[in-house]
Design a protein around this ligand. Sequence first.
Ligand SMILES: Cc1cc2nc3c(=O)[nH]c(=O)nc-3n(C[C@H](O)[C@H](O)[C@H](O)COP(=O)(O)OP(=O)(O)OC[C@H]3O[C@@H](n4cnc5c(N)ncnc54)[C@H](O)[C@@H]3O)c2cc1C
Length: 388
Amino acid sequence: MTVITLDLTPEQRALRDGVADICKRYPGEYWRALDAKREYPEAFVTDLTKAGYLAALIPEDYGGAGLGIIEGALIMETIHASGGNAAACHAQMYIMGTLLRHGSEAQKRRYLPKIATGELRLQAFGVTEPNAGSDTTKLQTTAVRQGDRYVVNGQKIFISRVLQSDLMLLLARTTSVDRVKRKTEGLSVFLVDIRGVKGLEVRPLRMMMNHSTNALFFDGMEVPAENLIGEEGRGFSYILDGMNAERILVGSESIGDGRWFVDKAVAYSRQRVIFGKPLGANQGVQFPIARAHVAVEAAALMRNKAAALFDAGEPCGPEANMAKYLAAEAAWDAGNACIDCHGGYGYAEEYDVERKFREARLYKTAPINQNLVLAYVGEHVLEMPRSY
Ligand SMILES: Cc1cc2nc3c(=O)[nH]c(=O)nc-3n(C[C@H](O)[C@H](O)[C@H](O)COP(=O)(O)OP(=O)(O)OC[C@H]3O[C@@H](n4cnc5c(N)ncnc54)[C@H](O)[C@@H]3O)c2cc1C
């Protein structure tokens, strides 16, 4: 039987406190300044890497800390609850799982220890395409084998952190759709060394929040065949494999956001006096904040269940999806309650509320939108007809 612990162990508390100590060195002013310029939080990510936190999930054999997903979740949550944004470095945690589970021993020995020390950064994950969107099986970017290499042509959209990474995990079509038996076949995963690679154009996109996101254009980009992960044609299932970790980690970021919004709203509505009493004494102000707190804590419980199952090696698709869904909604509602109680100040950049509000919104859309989570629950948990 899988046991869900409700309290943090002493080691987990120490982990959370260690991350929080680093976050204290990067207050709101730091994130605000980067947000205005849409710059990557290089110093913050370097500090986290040096302290070993981004190698939490890499097994000790490969130079990491060998911790569980619950510890990874705690790291992400703490960054967001401290007012920061782990989106700058979250992908490494969940995409390196593909290399770990499906890569050859030679690939793992070659890359994982360097990723653990920060010598190599793997933060870019190239899946989404303009003509495929949420329908990943319709990907059109091709990787054609020519001797000892694959030649990649096509384009991707919304691919984050490419300019800040040394390596990118890329999903591309190696067999055309009309030659596969099932639409989930024919896609392959590559670990691409993008340092100075030819045939790759990166066009940064200015987004609603600071997210280092790009459009990518591949024109004959060559990838050595030895950088294919696992078997050719099975890439879609490898990527699906990593989805539960992604849901749990991203859900944890939302839980951290939710806690930040609630703390900020409580502090402000206690001290701001209007009509002769603190704002928070009005139920119209207090209840949305209390409701948001209830929702954030409920999402955290579901996240803990998903993480406990994941770490026990049990199936956790329903729980991971539900945790991501509940957490993204809870953070969004908490953000609205926080903006509302701040009145006009909620829109003023120096309060950080509007920045966090923009950042928290993303998780209703990416890495997977809420509708597709509901479609998963409808089809796979409730056994209703497939909707797409
Ligand atoms: C800031 C940012 C960073 C990103 N970073 C990355 C990255 O690093 N790597 C990467 O590969 N991708 C990344 N993405 C892409 C992201 O994963 C996609 O935007 C997302 O998966 C949705 O795809 P789409 O935008 O094409 O929307 P579409 O697939 O066009 O869907 C649009 C909307 O329609 C609805 N919808 C779609 N299909 C259904 C359905 N069957 N049933 C009901 N409703 C449906 C959903 O509400 C959805 O939001 C990023 C996106 C953003 C905004």
